[in-house]
Design a binder for this molecule. Structure first.
Ligand code: HEC
Length: 112
């Protein structure tokens, strides 16, 4: 019985001592980024690159250079939802809110 407890508690110790807390946090953030960015890229290449270019700088039909854009997330969201001048509303991004978030995260990667 005592031996059993000893074995169990050393097992628990091994389980809970796998590195400091902050390592776990950055693992979670990396995991989110690993999913969000490729999805954002996929959506961008399909729906945005014809005007903005693969690197965000093309400027077709008067599209703004996304590498020099400094709009906050909420304003990017409004432009994507409502469109602006020659840019149409991107209704495809409104089917899933995670898609909207992924594209916003991805376009900010173009910033220098
Ligand atoms: C038909 C061409 C076209 C497509 C497709 C397009 N855009 Fe645009 N985009 C524009 C134009 C034109 C503007 C400039 C609007 C204005 O301010 O007059 C613009 C502006 C923007 C801005 C604002 C930049 C700034 O700093 O003012 C963002 C962000 C943006 N587009 C992101 C996207 C994303 C993300 C997609 C794909 C989901 C996309 N665009 C698809 C033409 C396009």
């Amino acid at each position: 019985m005592v031996l059993n407890f000893f074995i169990l508690s050393s097992f628990a110790f091994i389980l809970f001592s796998c590195g400091p807390q902050d390592e776990k946090t950055s693992f979670t953030e990396d995991a989110v980024e690993a999913k969000v960015i490729p999805r954002g890229e996929e959506l961008f290449l399909k729906n945005c690159a014809s005007c903005h270019g693969n690197d965000g700088k093309l400027g077709n039909s008067g599209a703004k250079d996304l590498s020099s854009s400094r709009l906050p997330d909420e304003e990017i969201r409004t432009i994507l939802e409502e469109g602006k001048n020659a840019m149409p509303a991107m209704s495809i991004l409104m089917e899933q809110s995670s898609d909207m978030d992924s594209v916003i995260a991805y376009v900010k990667k173009f910033r220098k």
